[in-house]
Design a protein around this ligand. Structure first.
Ligand code: ATP
Ligand code: MG
Ligand code: FE
Length: 340
């Protein structure tokens, strides 16, 4: 089985060819970061235009690198949402056109399911499974009873973890996105500022990062007004300590309440070294029977390989789209019934 997968939900145009949901034959990623950096964030209209320019070339390159022809393919998969509506529509239109031209079935994929399935390239997913999804737009704990089933047991009530990284990075004068750079700086400083750990003691699995972000920004601005300059590395260390402690604490609590075979940490922030260093030993101690899986670093951010891996499961369940397939910018998993 060979799936051509297309991802265009945000600022990466990506096309991959995936064999049996598990082997990457090609994974072309065209990043637009440079075009968005001078605006300090992703500009939706600029993103759409780049996707239009890139998508056809990416499809050709993905086929070429995989050394397959359209006739070899089993299906075409595409990200349906969540994401920017204009960006999603470019991928969906390209996928429809390609599927129509080559008479292939079309598989719609949830971008966040894709992030989870990036872990499939490390080892097969086994259930029940807990996913900690930490990305630019999402921070959620997702319980998977079985393949293809997604239930949110907790999520951020305001900013996503990646968003908080990017916003405090801006105050430090770092270029967008700043998560990786703050992670590196955090390893050079010492924890010197007592930032809040929002809702860490509370008996639910929701998160909040806007208070931390405001505390960080206020501290830096107040110091600047007094003519003081704070050590940027110490700020990064203190900020990251707060984010990591909250994520580790809530994740362990979730895995205790819902015993799982695997914990998958996914999304752009899953690349965070501080998170990896803290979560693995703490999980080993608290939940020794749960395997902790982080996707390969290169597959934590947006890419089409993860969409192809998630699509494999959808294809097995015969979850196909018709030619009416539309983008769903706010596509979301459902909240688990007994969680409020
Ligand atoms: P979503 O997946 O929620 O729709 P997105 O696709 O924009 O949002 P991703 O591409 O999954 O998000 O992740 C990008 C985010 O990951 C950015 O906020 C970026 O700063 C953050 N990030 C990347 N590397 C690291 C790191 N090492 N530490 C912390 N954050 C990181
Ligand atoms: Mg991105
Ligand atoms: Fe993403």
């Amino acid at each position: 089985e060979l799936i051509l997968a297309i991802e265009s939900s945000c600022d990466e145009t990506s096309v991959a060819v995936i064999q049996d949901g598990a082997i990457i034959l090609s994974n072309i990623v065209a990043s637009q970061i440079k075009s968005h950096q001078r605006f300090g964030g992703v500009v939706p209209e600029v993103a759409s235009r780049h996707h239009v320019e890139e998508v056809t070339t990416c499809i050709q390159e993905a086929l070429l690198e995989a050394n397959v022809t359209p006739q070899d393919l089993t299906a075409v998969a595409v990200t349906q949402g969540p994401g920017l509506v204009g960006a999603l529509l470019i991928g969906i239109t390209a996928a429809k056109a390609f599927a129509w031209a080559h008479q292939l079935p079309l598989i719609p994929v949830n971008h966040m399911a894709g992030h989870i399935y990036a872990a499939r390239f490390v080892e097969p997913l086994t259930f029940p499974l807990m996913a900690l999804l930490v990305s630019g737009g999402h921070t959620e704990l997702v319980y998977m009873k079985e393949a293809g089933s997604y239930e949110i047991i907790g999520e951020t009530r305001d900013d996503a973890a990646g968003e908080a990284y990017d916003k405090v990075g801006r105050v430090l004068g770092l270029s967008y996105p700043s998560g990786k750079e703050i992670d590196q700086m955090a390893h050079l400083g010492k924890e010197s500022y007592p930032f809040p750990r929002a809702m860490i003691k509370e008996d639910h699995f929701d998160f909040s990062f806007s208070g931390l972000k405001s505390a960080f920004i206020n501290l830096v601005h107040n110091a600047a007004q007094k003519g003081e300059v704070l050590d940027a590395n110490d700020l990064a260390t203190s900020f990251q300590a707060s984010v990591v402690e909250v994520l580790v604490n809530k994740t362990i609590r979730a895995c205790r309440q819902y015993p799982v075979a695997q914990l998958v940490v996914a999304g752009g922030v899953a690349a965070n070294q501080g998170l990896r260093e803290a979560l693995i030993p703490h999980m080993q101690e608290a939940c020794p029977n749960t395997r902790v899986i982080f996707p390969p670093l290169a597959l934590c951010g947006d890419n089409a390989a993860m969409i192809g891996a998630a699509a494999h499961v959808e294809l097995q369940k015969n979850h196909l789209a018709d030619w009416e397939l539309n983008a769903v910018p706010s596509l979301a998993f459902k909240r688990k019934d007994n969680e409020v």
